[in-house]
Every structure is written in C-alpha cells, then in structure tokens.
Design a binder for this molecule. Structure first.
Ligand SMILES: [Zn+2]
Length: 195
C-alpha cells in the first residue's frame, strides 16, 4: 500500500502492475482492493473502461466516474492482457485507426469572413487525435474531410498539466474537439475518424 505524507502524494510505492514509482501529484487511480496503479498503466486499459464525467442534479462540478476503480488488481492485469485484441477488434469493426464520437456541438462565430468555431464534445472511442490532424467526418455513410483546430481534454485531474497537451486518447472524454472551416457540417452522433 502506498504511503501518503501530510503534504500530498509524494510517497506512493511502486505501481503493482509495472513496478515503476507511482509519481503523480494529481489523481491516482485506486482499485477496488485498495491498490494504487500508475497513470501509464491506467491509460493502457482505458479504452476498455471509458472514463465518464457525469453532471449530477443541483451540482455544478462534473463528477468523475471511473469503472477502473471497480476492478481488482487481478482483473486489472487480465484487462491489460486483453487490450491488444480488443483494439484489433475495434480497428476491424470501424475500419480506422482512431474514432471519436460527437455527442454535442456549440458554434461560436468569429466575425468577418472567418468560419465559426465548431466546438464538439464527445468521446474518443479508441486511438488518438492531435490538433491539426486531418480527419474525416462520417455521417450516415457519407464522409467529409476536416482538420482538427484544437483539442481540450476533460481528464485534467488525472493527467495534470499533461491534460493541456492537445491530444485525445481512447476511452477519455473530450471537453472540446474544435473545428473551424467553411461549410463543415457536424452534429451529434457523427464519427470523426482517422487513418
Ligand atoms: Zn504502472
């Protein structure tokens, strides 16, 4: 079991999965049997156990719901073994290397002759996306070319400052995947695909 000092989480022991020190000043994933696993190991199986932020009635802050915290260490290890095959199945099912599903959109005008910001919220189902990636918007069988203008992740407390790296990863929700181009149609339910 990791030790905690009174200033925070500086004295965590080694990760029981990979053996490296669990060093994070941010959120550390605690499994159902109390073991604390490092963020790297967590992100490896995240695609199978998507992280959610749920808005509870009467509360302003989003509440973090992490299915990984319901796993025991043995289940966590078993999940790590299954992940490569799980990913292969997803690639075969979708025919792409990365898929993001749009849940909602907001438009922000940018003034004269400039296309609006189209800010989508949603979830990276698998694979990863970076800002400036060339992608396709898939809607009812048709697809349109698009380019990612920016990415803002939702998992700030888990990844700390890394969250501001403009990358969306499988299993993690995005606060924003932003586009800005003329005549681009994006709506809830659309898939953004790459590769
Ligand atoms: Zn680890």
């Amino acid at each position: 079991m990791a030790k905690k000092n009174d200033k925070g989480r500086f004295d965590n022991g080694p990760c029981p999965v990979c053996g490296r020190a669990v060093v994070s000043l941010n959120h550390i994933t605690k499994l159902a049997d109390g073991k604390e696993v490092c963020p790297d190991c967590v992100s490896k199986i995240r695609v199978m156990y998507p992280l959610e932020y749920v808005k509870k009635k009467g509360k302003k802050k989003l509440e973090r719901q992490d299915p990984i915290e319901k796993l025991t260490l043995d289940e966590f290890r078993a999940a790590m073994e299954r992940t490569p095959e799980y990913l292969e199945d997803l690639r075969a099912k979708y025919g792409h290397n990365a898929v993001y599903k749009v849940e909602s959109i907001k438009m922000f005008p940018r003034g004269w002759f400039r296309p609006p910001f189209i800010c989508t919220t949603g979830r990276v189902i698998f694979g990863y996306f970076d800002m400036n990636d060339e992608v396709e918007v898939v809607r009812k069988g048709a697809s349109f070319k698009a380019k990612i203008y920016d990415i803002v992740r939702e998992n700030v407390e888990e990844k700390g400052m890394d969250a501001w790296v403009r990358r969306g990863e499988g299993g993690y929700p995005l606060r924003w995947m932003v586009f800005s181009q003329k005549d681009l149609l994006i709506g809830p339910g659309d898939l953004i695909v790459k590769g």
